[in-house]
Design a protein around this ligand. Structure first.
Ligand code: C2E
Ligand code: MG
Ligand code: MG
Ligand code: MG
Length: 291
């Protein structure tokens, strides 16, 4: 959009664009200090095995979601600072912090639940990822099978051969790999066939439209069938209503994630999952509906 503007009406929009550029520069500078200043944190969102009445015993894992609390701008969402970190190369350092922090956290849980960590394309292709994952697993003592890395198709589009080789090496460590946001981009069945994914996460857009149009229901049903046919398990993203959950359970979707089950929150919002509650019966229900 900025490019289109620049081409069409440079003089009119130049000051605004200049501001945006300065803004970005400042933000970039701040981001480079964010780790050191302890401004990055992780929120965790539960994933539950599909069942029509979800309770704490159904939670099978958490997805770690990065958060940046900027000292003056407040909360900067990952949709903004992750791309910024990618452009500037800071993503390697930030991504390493995220992976280490998530594994360290998960290793401390009393139950061996899964921990899912998002990887961005730059992180996936531009660093010694496999060596680093190996190092973090040794460092934290996390069982490799508990770690799940989420990647989007974008990663594979950039460099198919390299992506495939990397995925195989990651899997050789015993780590699991999920395809995130399936159906949102240039989803290709070729990727599903060629890459050894353990899980497919059905994009939130399809779940959101489940009650609204018949096409979404058909697509979700077909993707579940496709995944199961390939021996891959299915997770639905962005489950917000009981109707959506009922549909997914009826269609045999393996797991669900979304506000209905729990919003992303600091880990201490899930006391019995992380052993912070001295007695389970003091916390009869998991505090899933936070925020
Ligand atoms: P994602 O990996 O697809 O994560 C799911 C996003 O959907 C999260 O947004 C989550 O808060 C949101 N969400 C979950 N359930 C619901 C729901 O029921 N309704 C609605 N409306 N939204 C829901 P978030 O945390 O803002 O993250 C956005 C994206 O930023 C993530 O999408 C991921 O691509 C990226 N991201 C987040 N953390 C990291 C990270 O540590 N590293 C990398 N590389 N990317 C990250
Ligand atoms: Mg249940
Ligand atoms: Mg994800
Ligand atoms: Mg996703």
């Amino acid at each position: 959009r900025a490019k289109a503007r620049a081409r069409g009406s440079v003089s009119l929009f130049a000051p605004e664009m200049d501001m945006q550029i300065r803004d970005r520069r400042a933000l970039h500078q701040d981001l480079s200090n964010a780790i050191r200043n302890g401004e990055l944190t992780l929120h965790y969102q539960p994933q539950a095995a599909s069942s029509k009445s979800i309770d704490e015993t159904d939670v099978v894992g958490f997805e770690a979601l990065a958060r940046w609390r900027h000292p003056t701008r407040g909360f900067v969402p990952p949709g903004e600072f992750i791309p910024l970190a990618e452009e500037s190369g800071l993503i390697v350092e930030i991504g390493e912090w995220i992976l280490r922090e998530a594994c360290r956290e998960a290793a401390s849980w009393p139950k061996p639940l899964q921990i899912a960590v998002n990887l961005s394309p730059a992180q996936f292709l531009n660093s010694d990822l496999v060596g680093f994952i190996h190092q973090v697993l040794l460092e934290t003592g996390l069982q490799p099978g508990r770690l799940e890395l989420e990647i989007t198709e974008g990663v594979l589009i950039e460099d198919f051969e390299r992506g495939l080789a990397l995925l195989r090496r990651v899997k050789a460590l015993g780590v699991r790999v999920s395809m995130d946001d399936f159906g949102s981009g240039y989803s290709s069945l070729t990727y599903l066939q060629a890459f050894p994914f353990d899980k497919i996460k059905i994009d939130r857009a399809f779940i959101m439209n489940l009650g609204r149009n018949a096409q979404s229901a058909s697509i979700v049903r077909a993707v579940i069938g496709l995944g199961h046919g390939l021996g891959v398990s299915l997770v639905a993203e962005g489950v917000e209503t009981q109707e959506q959950l009922d549909f997914l359970v009826d269609e045999g979707c393996d797991a669900v994630q979304g506000y209905l089950i729990g919003r992303p929150a600091p880990i201490d919002q899930f006391p019995c999952m992380v052993g912070l509650a001295p007695m389970l019966d003091e916390v009869p229900r998991l505090a899933l509906q936070v925020g």
